[in-house]
Design a protein around this ligand. Structure first.
Ligand code: ZN
Ligand code: FE
Length: 749
């Protein structure tokens, strides 16, 4: 007889790990105990050697599918006087490092329960869950993950639930949020005057949706605004009330077959749709059978499958497609409390379907897509966050970016990246950010020794930064982008980095965004970029792409812009702009690829104010779709100046204008622009490969969400024997910046 003491680290809480340990201990006639602590699961097993070996084999290779084992440490110990195998109560521990499990979509067993008419406890019950599924991160207040540390603590389990909870062989053994119709949360339906509607809530909600009403529904990580996804008028009503003119709306569809009616779905995409995370997946449309106002002028559409029991119960044979958009007021964080929903959404929603299970950490729906056969995360949130990585690092907190923010913190060789927190453009968003930081810091008991921040001089976090008395490390935006991509790919050496995005503050005080860097985890050298253009009106030019169009033309014609007499400028009120550019009034310099794309998009007819970030670029990409087969490109010039390779846009602009003059199809011009960017990027990479003897190229920045550009550049580089590093788990957009900041700060310790 021997005894072993085993520590298991990783995602091992709330995923059915202890019941699994119990089961394999029973099967092998072992005695001892298992305990959850905030630093992992601890197991004492005693018995004969053969059976202990079998136990360890099972532990290593057949663990529950939701867990993620980082480490198993096994020690030999003195024999103890155990009588049986027991699960002992969790305790709290100061250096907690157990990884939080994200929220998990409802499993098939629970789905059977809610559809089983003979199940008196859970038939049609919207809060059904078990050890293999249900809320986690969104309801946790503290570790270890026990019911008292979640928002389920207010619900006392009925006898029957308690029996399941205590039975090691039950699927709901120690399922912390477990409950049933008798003892768990319940649905409440109200109209927008807060009158409670006393009818079968689920039946009534479906009726209301079919009548074209808009219902605010509390989900797993926050509220959604919901309406019938096949009803053009309700969708328009939702857009008008929410003041959301063009930004695409996400859909939830009843099942995979419904999705296949409207979209192309390949094997990888099907796997993601049906998996246990259920993100919004961007899919290519198969036809135009869905209302046009779901996603205008767009080849793709964001769709998810139901992920909570409540969602499943919202569909029936006459209702198979719902618009499900995060409930927030324009630019504000998502609403997740009943009170706030009822007060702030009363002019948008006709009805409210709320419940009494509190959401403690709001989490948006994640957004992913499959490009080059890989899942690529665009928005890291529900079921994906917090992201964790194992790496030897100090205690660091990195604040992240201005737009599409996430933050990252690290401790004890782990890095955690928060869920997507949106744009830091108003007090509400910043407060929401601060709360999320406080939550994660307190759950993991982290006190940072270093804070990493963006070097932008007037950044949203300047005041907040003063609260931290520790060492502070300033990082440049595009360096952080490239390092986030390197880190994701496990590359710690000098690489060529292409950071193409909106704008980020650069070393020379200008707004960078088409940067070719030679970078490692510590430093970077800027070795190339687009020539500078002025941004008349500063940030405002981002909102009004035609201003970039004028600026691009001004680069070419200068004072002679008027004489050029080009039809593009005819109806534009450009004189004020050229004065601003000329006299240098509020016209910062930018090398942004996003702004360059904006300018071209505008030349091709995009003439409105953008209603969401990157709208004009998205439209340019969609224009190009129609002529994807075309390989032509524009001439360009690369100038070598002070050891930097500068792409002169004037040659490109003048050729685009010529094409416009001869009425070349817009889609042809759009694809030629894409091809041109691919070509000069490749060419500069080639020059840099020779000069620096580096063969690895990292592609990062939000512009690489443009699939045409990304795929063509990737292929061109790989075909020419470059090793190309790309983003998968960490978004290529600004949501990835916090990880880059953290790694850089760690290397400057
Ligand atoms: Zn389940
Ligand atoms: Fe960026």
């Amino acid at each position: 007889m021997i005894r072993k003491y085993i520590q298991v680290k990783g995602i091992v809480q709330g995923v059915g790990f202890r019941p699994f340990v119990y089961k394999i201990a029973m099967e092998n006639n072992l005695i001892g105990n298992v305990k959850n602590t905030s630093s992992g699961v601890y197991i004492n097993i005693q018995g004969n050697k053969n059976q202990i070996d079998k136990f360890i084999h099972e532990l290593r290779y057949n663990y529950p599918k939701l867990s993620q084992i980082e480490d198993i440490i096994i020690e030999k110990k003195e024999l103890e006087k155990y009588n049986s195998f027991n699960i002992i109560h969790s305790d709290n521990n100061e250096n907690g490092m157990t990884l939080l499990s994200p929220d998990i979509a409802i499993c098939n067993d629970c789905l059977k329960d809610i559809r089983n008419k003979n199940d008196g406890k859970r038939y049609n019950y919207a809060f059904t869950n078990c050890t293999n599924c249900g809320p986690r991160y969104s309801i946790i207040q503290d570790l270890p993950y026990d019911r008292v540390n979640t928002s389920m603590k207010n619900f006392v389990m009925c006898e029957s639930c308690n029996n399941e909870y205590k039975n090691p062989l039950d699927r709901r053994f120690h399922a912390q949020p477990t409950c049933c119709i008798k003892c768990g949360p319940s649905l409440i339906l109200l109209d927008n005057n807060e009158n409670i509607i006393h009818e079968d809530e689920l039946y009534k909600v479906k009726e209301l949706l079919k009548l074209g009403k808009i219902v605010a529904i509390k989900g797993l990580g926050g509220f959604h605004l919901v309406c019938d996804g096949r009803n053009y008028d309700s969708i328009q009503k939702l857009r008008d009330r929410k003041n959301r003119k063009y930004k695409p709306l996400a859909l939830m569809m009843k099942d995979i077959n419904t999705i296949k009616k409207y979209c192309h779905v390949n094997d990888k995409e099907e796997e993601i749709l049906l998996g246990n995370r259920k993100p919004i997946l961007l899919l290519n449309k198969r036809n135009d059978k869905l209302p046009k106002n779901i996603s205008f002028n767009n080849h793709s559409i964001g769709i998810m499958l139901p992920y909570t029991p409540l969602h499943y119960l919202l569909f029936d044979k006459d209702l198979d497609t719902l618009v499900m958009t995060s409930a927030n007021l324009s630019g504000m964080p998502m609403i997740y409390t009943n009170d706030k929903a009822l007060s702030e959404l009363k002019n948008i929603a006709d009805y409210f379907l709320i419940n009494d299970r509190d959401i403690l950490t709001p989490v948006d729906d994640s957004v992913v897509k499959v490009v080059l056969e890989e899942e690529r995360v665009i928005r890291n949130a529900r079921a994906y966050a917090p992201l964790s990585f194992k790496k030897e690092v100090g205690n660091i907190f990195s604040l992240g970016s201005h737009l599409k923010n996430t933050f990252s913190i690290s401790k004890n060789n782990y890095i955690f990246c928060s869920q997507y927190l949106g744009n830091m453009e108003n007090l509400e968003s910043i407060n929401n950010y601060k709360n999320s930081v406080k939550n994660l810091e307190s759950i993991y008991k982290i006190e940072p020794d270093i804070v990493a921040y963006d070097n932008h001089p007037n950044f949203w976090h300047n005041d907040y930064l003063k609260n931290y008395q520790c060492k502070k490390v300033g990082v440049y935006h595009h360096h952080a982008h490239i390092v986030s991509c390197m880190f994701e790919n496990g590359i710690d050496e000098k690489v060529i980095g292409l950071a193409f995005d909106g704008v980020g503050y650069g070393e020379d005080g200008c707004l960078w965004g088409s940067e070719f860097l030679v970078a490692d985890y510590k430093e970077f050298e800027r070795v190339g970029h687009l020539n500078y253009m002025k941004m008349p009106g500063g940030d405002n030019a981002t909102k009004e792409p035609w201003k970039m169009g004028i600026s691009l033309m001004y680069n070419l014609f200068g004072e002679k812009l008027e004489e050029s007499n080009h039809r593009y400028i005819k109806e534009k009120n450009y004189k004020l702009l050229t004065t601003m550019i000329n006299k240098d009034i509020n016209s910062p310099l930018t090398s942004s690829m996003g702004r360059f794309f904006d300018a071209i998009s505008s030349l091709l007819g995009f003439d409105r104010r953008v209603t969401y970030e990157g709208e004009a670029c998205v439209e340019l990409e969609n224009m190009a779709r129609e002529s994807e087969h075309i390989k032509d490109l524009y001439n360009y010039k690369i100038i070598n100046k002070d050891n930097q390779y500068i792409i002169d846009t004037n040659v490109i602009t003048s050729e685009v204008l010529k094409d416009i003059d001869v009425n070349t199809k817009k889609s042809v011009i759009a694809i030629k622009i894409h091809n041109t960017v691919v070509d000069f990027s490749y060419k500069i990479c080639n020059i840099l490969r020779e000069k620096y003897n580096i063969n690895k190229v990292a592609l990062s920045g939000g512009v690489f969400q443009n699939d045409i550009l990304f795929v063509r550049l990737y292929n061109k580089l790989s075909d020419n024997n470059f090793e190309v590093l790309t983003h998968k788990k960490i978004p290529c957009n600004d949501s990835g910046v916090s990880i880059g900041q953290l790694i850089i700060a760690n290397n400057r310790r």
